[in-house]
Write a protein that binds this ligand. Structure first.
Ligand SMILES: NC(=O)c1ccc[n+]([C@@H]2O[C@H](COP(=O)([O-])OP(=O)(O)OC[C@H]3O[C@@H](n4cnc5c(N)ncnc54)[C@H](O)[C@@H]3O)[C@@H](O)[C@H]2O)c1
Length: 361
């Protein structure tokens, strides 16, 4: 079986060292750790603007100094990797993804958010489709087995038809809602949205001349073509919780999927009204979502079958981010999907973070 050669562009937290921040049992979580854990991939080269951070990747993951590049174009030219990870912030992402797709890379694992503007998301779709490049977005819950079980319950019809999907902690659109919008799209079998109404909190000061200089906290309503409604809330302490309300029952992910709850029809109450009682959420075996994502790309490369979050799927959840912004800019008006004329670009100019090179526990 072929071992695919992977290269990492953006060697900071999600690229290589976030495993030192999350519980040790979450390994592998970073891209580099995903390639290390997958027996079909090998991390052969890396690129970052910060040579000192790359040197740490070299030490931890065995990438020799001659394969550490401050210029990602040189890496692609010399190393010709099969798979490339783009774990930068969203602002430089599309330029790198488009260049990689146009220069022979066969599969790209791009971090979320997909892009800093819709124009850039479109450029990624165009480059991946015209070159036949496989793409996955780092919206990890799409490969999480617990959420697979949640989707299985919805799809089984055991609780009746899906009616609503609630995100309790929408948070910042690019950093947090990128995950949640992708998740509710997956739970709704990637059926298209038809309109969005959105609101940004405390962002007006940061929007000027088509640029937004912060990652804004947002919320709103998302209407899907199949009648399902998405509610993107910011409900305080219910930060990482998601709920699917069906005609006859409810399934809820609590505490970021550490707990699950099913409520299903019980005996009617004294007036004959429907009453919900606790139901069973099936047992499942935990597996790293990053590893599952990498294996999904390996499978695509082996077979030619699509990945779970191809560029067009990724674009659809990205469009919801920009639709919330556009709705806010139009005083909360309903914005139709497909979104037209979205010219806004996020440009924060934030410094890169300092990764933790070792665990602190
Ligand atoms: N999937 C998840 O659960 C998850 C978790 C954390 C972060 N993330 C995402 O991962 C991405 C990176 O987050 P982070 O906290 O590691 O960011 P960071 O700012 O710490 O690191 C980004 C790195 O990219 C490098 N970089 C920037 N431009 C580059 C270029 N042209 N060529 C090579 N390297 C370049 C920077 O020098 C920096 O080291 C973000 O989009 C974030 O939202 C995802």
């Amino acid at each position: 079986m072929k071992t695919y050669r992977a290269a990492l562009i953006g060697c900071s937290r999600m690229g290589a060292f976030i495993d030192n921040e999350v519980p040790a049992s979450s390994y592998p979580y970073s891209h580099a750790a995903g390639y290390e854990a997958c027996d079909r991939t090998e991390l052969v080269a890396c690129s970052d603007l910060r040579a000192d951070v790359m040197a740490q990747v070299g030490e931890r993951y065995g990438v020799p100094s001659e394969r550490q590049y401050t210029d990602y174009k040189e890496l692609l030219e010399r190393e010709r990797p099969d798979i490339v990870s783009v774990a930068t912030q969203p602002e430089p992402r599309s330029e790198i993804v488009v260049y990689a797709a146009n220069h022979g890379v066969r599969a790209i694992y791009a971090e979320k958010a997909m892009a800093a503007s819709m124009r850039e998301a479109d450029a990624i779709v165009e480059a991946c489709e015209s070159n036949g490049t496989f793409f996955n977005l780092g919206t990890n819950r799409r490969w999480d087995r617990g959420f697979d079980v949640m989707k299985g319950i919805i799809d089984s019809g055991r609780l009746g038809a899906l009616r609503a999907l609630t995100i309790y902690g929408t948070s910042n659109l690019f950093n947090g809602a990128s995950h949640s919008f992708d998740l509710i799209m997956r739970l709704n079998s990637d059926r298209p949205a038809v309109w969005v109404q959105g609101l940004l909190r405390d962002a007006d000061h940061a929007i000027e001349d088509g640029r937004i200089t912060i990652d804004p906290v947002g919320e709103g309503i998302i209407q899907f073509e199949n009648g399902v409604t998405g509610y993107a809330l910011n409900a305080g302490v219910r930060r990482a919780e998601w709920e699917a309300v069906c005609e006859d029952g409810v399934v809820t992910a609590l505490s970021n999927g550490a707990e699950w709850q099913v409520r299903e029809p019980g005996e009617p109450d004294h007036r004959g009204r429907k009453r919900l009682v606790a139901g069973e959420f099936p047992e499942y075996e935990w597996k790293s979502s990053t590893l599952a994502l990498v294996e999904d790309m390996v499978h695509a490369l082996d077979t030619g079958e699509p990945t779970r979050c191809g560029a067009r799927v990724a674009r659809a959840s990205t469009e919801l981010i920009f639709a919330v912004i556009e709705s806010h800019l139009r005083d909360g008006a309903r914005v139709s999907i497909p979104l037209r004329d979205s010219a806004i670009r996020m440009e924060r100019g934030i410094p890169a973070k300092q990764p933790r090179f070792a665990r602190q526990d």
